[in-house]
Design a protein around this ligand. Sequence first.
Ligand code: B4P
Length: 190
Amino acid sequence: MLNLILFGPPGAGKGTQAEFLIQNFGLIHLSTGDILRHEIETKTEQGLAAKAFMDKGELVPDHVVIEMIKNKLAANPDAKGFIFDGFPRTVDQAKALDAMLEQNQTPITGMLSLEVEKQELINRLLFRGKTSGRSDDQDVSIIENRISVYNEKTAPIKEYYEAQDKHVGINGMGTVEEIAARLKAAVGSF
Ligand code: B4P
């Protein structure tokens, strides 16, 4: 079983590259951002509570996203593997994920960490904001807050997986195709 974490700051290309990894390796895509946006669209209680955090560029509380992932894992017992996109985003989420996967005896294979310069992240997100309708992509101060939250709360996860010898840094600058080729080579090395 191939269980990958696609990691990186907002705008690093996680959602974009996840598409390619799903096609190449037949994995199930679990994006907490996509799941939360679906909850908002369908106006569930969970979605409405999450929206206030997302609109400010803050993280949704751990227990909410951990419960969502738990349900998705339980709903896909025959999966060949998963690609976790945007999850985990805190060390507590990483510990919860490890505990869930340990129960199924299918640990994380590796974490692919996309590395992109800050100005490029801001440019990509503002560009997407013109068409996505996402309020968190349209305002530079909200984007900068997302990047600060990433540096403070999410980046420490790298050390957590480094300690397990599972972290691989990937240059996330360049064309989508160039980055996809780097990811494919990294997955081949696991
Ligand atoms: P996400 O949906 O995960 O949003 P994201 O970080 O912006 O990444 P995304 O995958 O969408 O974008 P990508 O980099 O591919 O999270 C949104 C919010 O949800 C969070 O702020 C938080 O509030 C909440 N949330 C989600 N998960 C959570 C969790 N686990 N815990 C707590 N809260 C959580 O792409 C960005 C743009 O760049 C795209 O337009 C793309 O086309 C473009 N792009 C990609 N690669 C490119 C390249 N090589 N060159 C040029 N442009 C490129």
